[in-house]
Design a protein around this ligand. Sequence first.
Ligand code: HXC
Length: 514
Amino acid sequence: MPQNKKILELQKKKEGILQGGGEQAIAKQVAMGKMTARERILTLLDEDSFHEYDLFVEHDARDFGMDTKVLAGDGVIIGTGNIYGSPVAIFAQDFTVAGGSLGLMHARKITKIMDYALTMRIPLIGINDSGGARIQEGVNSLAGYGEIFFRNTIASGVIPQISVILGPCAGGAVYSPALTDFVFVVENISKMFITGPEVIKTVLGEDISMEELGGARVHSEISGNAHFFSTSETECFDQIKKLITFIPWNNKRKALRFEPKLPKPEYRINEIVPENPANPYDVRNVIRALVDDSDFFEVMELFAQNIVIGFGRLNGDTIGFVANQPLYLAGVLDCDSSDKAARFVRFCDAFNIPIVTLEDLPGYLPGADQEHAGVIRHGAKLLYAFSEATVPKINVILRKAYGGGYIAMNSRHLRADFVFAWPGAEIAVMGPEGAANIIFRKEIMEAADPDKMRQQKIKEYKDKFSNPYVAAAKGYIDSVIEPEETRRFLLHAIEVSINKVVNRPDKKHGIPPF
Ligand code: HXC
């Protein structure tokens, strides 16, 4: 056969497979407001950068009518490409082909691209849109999931792993996303659950819709399973692209450096934090006042809003920010916010991203609910994460740093490299009101005017401890700085930390609180 005929044959074969599950299935997908798997990949990646592999893979299942079924690409597309020029490995399940269900060859395609990603040390992006284990293939499908989970675990902390939920993701299939670093969801499109509404109805007699059970909002606001929420697939892809610009290709590299920029002048750092410690403010504006171009990319924006986490740049370099948020619950630490911050700190540490904390918190949230929910072990995760992290760690105490919160939030004692405090900082075991009520209880009770005595004792305590100078006198903080000086101090701290070396005892691995 002359060469051009062979080329035509190849083109014809490809054309057939590129139709996916066919016109009808594609029309159903589009009617649900979803792109096809191929459109998703092409929208996300740089133009003309996608290179596909295993297009001609076929399943070899024989039971339950599978012997006559042709499934294009076995329901999943894999390949490599670029995002803003950086290489990534990607797979996208194709719901138009047997509901994107995962059979043996489908799983082999996914594990092949996972192996490439790990061997080549490039980020992995998985687009999930699937009815789960392919029922006709029985244990082979389960084996496929097991192989994926194993690889997710081995790749953890070596390459960034991103999961995008763009359709159903049910049963044990949800564990792959849960093992990855960032999960993206889209309103009305993403559904994640271990057991669906029908099983819940049968077992518990409860009625619940898919959206209420495992929709995008639920996982972004309540369960904490999702890190990025959007209202359309296009918005979701823009978020992924932006994330890729902030993170490195692997754990041996640093994130790409960008052109340094100044923060925007409208964020006036002197005017954001109110003098009265009882007044709230949005700590994100402090971050915006510090970072290049005031560009702060928040992670888990809708979950545990009493702590803010995300990425920004200082002089072009990616920094991970962790900040107490006085706008919500006065910025206290609790189970969810400790989990949220601890995992982020571990991500930054694994991927060479320096951590800057902005501290303003009155301590841990009191109450039986929190105690019974395990605030001890959840809170301990944050202590563990900061202690364990060896990337450059810088803490800026903006206002309150009370009690356990003072220690937990990247304190000198957990080996912060630099601790700065603003002049309005209050560093103490607890707030002046609580402290005065405890240590001067007797004097207050016995006084002719207990209220007057209480106010007097509160003032005494405030005068003594509600400032940064007692901690500065002990060297627990390095400098008391003016808000305007903060960016300068941070830039310098990052610069001098460039060759930071930390030696820790050898061990197989630690055992973080769960
Ligand atoms: C084989 C499947 C399938 C599956 C869907 N399909 N799920 N084929 N195995 N798991 C096929 C359907 O038969 C149909 O084929 C096509 O995909 C489209 O499915 P529809 O049902 O028409 O789509 P829709 O109405 O949108 O409903 C989507 C759905 C539903 C909610 C996901 O398909 C569904 O409930 N599927 C089963 C989900 C499930 O129980 N999976 C197993 C989970 S347990 P045709 O040929 O008609 O177009 C699991 C274990 C993993 O995954 C364990 C890991 C440790």
